[in-house]
Design a protein around this ligand. Structure first.
Ligand code: PMP
Length: 428
């Protein structure tokens, strides 16, 4: 047993008193005690570079969020059955970032709850139950959302009305017309639903296909697919839990890279920078089919403290110009990672939008055979260099590089030099 005694004590304690579904990162687990900006510190005082956390998206422990939460917590925290200005002011600010057609906002605490409600809205709007998602999609932990989350693996049966489309992996499947190809994939699944007596309700997708391996695709390629969704009476739900809030740099919302207007947008993780707040924004007419039939109350969703946190996040993104920063820093990071591609044969593809980058490892570039073992060894080796990240994709061979948006030039140097050393050591 090579674990330090303190780490061993904590892992033993976890396995005795926590539910066994919890999974830790790393063979040598990290015991974090403090965070600031893009940096984290462990119990022993080691400083880590966070290249993974998109919850603390404007930086760990951002003082603006702490102050907003603290001030409001001292004043009042209650729920949405009383009048309060924060929820209205925030909704105005939030809806101003979205296309004008999306003009209603609702609040919950997790991405799962937002997607769960979105699916119920799709059912109500269409009168159907059929939901299309991508092959490795993850949309949440509730019964409805886990039924559309193939990423959970074979232990989690998909809902009978769920259909999967191939992820838009244009590294492995080069395609002369990505838009037409993807639209045809969607149509095929809608036809399959019809053949099985299932009415199509909607297409639910994270526009950067994060758990499918970070697949930004060419700008605009989603457009024909969304047209197919609408022609067949379904809605497009943009799951912005990962690409939203300036992450992709090119736009404030991930879907906006494709010049499409979703019917429903769901958010979570970065919305409160760690304070649990999530949202669902929709076209009023799409929402009406649900709202006319049912009330919605979420005890903690939209409370004044949550709204204060979310407002602070939005203000900071604007004041610190984090969308432009994400775009430019992301471009510099992509360029630096591509210099590693010149040097290391095992780096098959480097792709991304803003500070959301996939770094794909292969046994050789000719066969493009995924190198999962190398990816796993690489994240372990990076951890020993105090760089934290993880993997994604159906083969588990894509490093998902998604740091807090305040990532700087010196951080690029730290990450890229650590990657270079680790790849040299692991692949020679
Ligand atoms: N959608 C996507 C795309 C996600 O990445 C996640 C979380 N990993 C969720 C939904 C669910 O969010 P939460 O864990 O807040 O319920």
């Amino acid at each position: 047993d090579s674990l330090a005694p303190e780490i061993r004590r904590l892992t033993d304690k976890r396995s005795k008193i926590l539910g066994e579904s919890y999974r830790l990162f790393y063979r040598n687990p990290v015991h974090l005690v403090r965070g600031q900006g893009q940096y984290l510190w462990d119990k022993q005082g080691n400083k880590y570079l966070d290249v993974y956390n998109n919850v603390a998206s404007i930086g760990h422990c951002h003082p603006a969020v702490i102050d907003a939460v603290h001030q409001q917590m001292m004043q009042l925290n209650t729920h949405t059955r009383y009048l309060h200005e924060h929820i209205l002011d925030y909704s105005e600010s939030l809806l101003a970032t979205l296309p004008a057609e999306i003009n209603r906002a609702m609040y919950m605490c997790t991405g799962s709850e937002a997607n769960d409600l979105a699916i119920r809205i799709a059912h109500a709007w269409s009168g159907g139950t059929g939901i299309i998602v991508s092959r490795e999609a993850y949309h949440g932990t509730s019964s409805l959302t886990s039924g559309v989350s193939p990423a959970l693996g074979s232990g989690q049966p998909l809902a009978a009305a769920t259909r999967l489309v191939a992820a838009p992996d244009f590294y492995r499947n080069q395609n002369a017309d990505p838009g037409a190809w993807f639209a045809a994939e969607i149509q095929k699944q809608i036809d399959d639903m019809a053949a099985h007596g299932i009415k199509f309700a909607g297409f639910l997708a994270d526009s950067i296909f994060s758990s499918d391996g970070v697949l930004p695709g060419p700008r605009g390629f989603l457009q024909p697919a969304i047209d197919v969704v609408h022609k067949n009476g379904g809605i497009f739900i943009a799951d912005e839990v990962q690409p939203g809030f300036a992450r992709t740099g090119e736009a404030f919302w991930g879907f906006a890279r494709h010049d499409v207007v979703p019917d429903v947008v769901t958010t979570g993780k970065p919305m409160g920078n760690g304070f649990p707040v999530s949202g669902l924004m929709a076209k009023a007419e799409v929402l009406a089919s649900f709202s006319d039939a049912l009330p919605y109350f979420n005890t903690f969703g939209g409370n004044p403290v949550a709204m204060a946190a979310a407002q602070a996040v939005l203000n900071v993104i604007q004041q610190e110009e984090l969308q432009a920063h994400s775009l430019h820093t992301g471009q510099r990071l992509l360029a630096a990672l591509r210099t590693l591609q010149d040097k290391h044969e095992c780096v098959g593809d480097v792709r991304g939008a803003g500070l959301f980058i996939g770094f794909e490892l292969v046994t050789d570039r000719e066969s493009k055979q995924p190198d999962k073992a190398l990816a796993l060894n690489l994240i372990e080796a990076l951890r020993e260099e105090f760089v934290l990240t993880s993997v994604a994709g159906p083969y588990g061979n894509v490093l998902k590089l998604r740091p807090p948006l305040c990532f700087q030039e010196a951080d690029i140097d730290w990450l890229v030099s650590a990657l270079d050393r680790c790849l040299t050591r692991l692949r020679g």
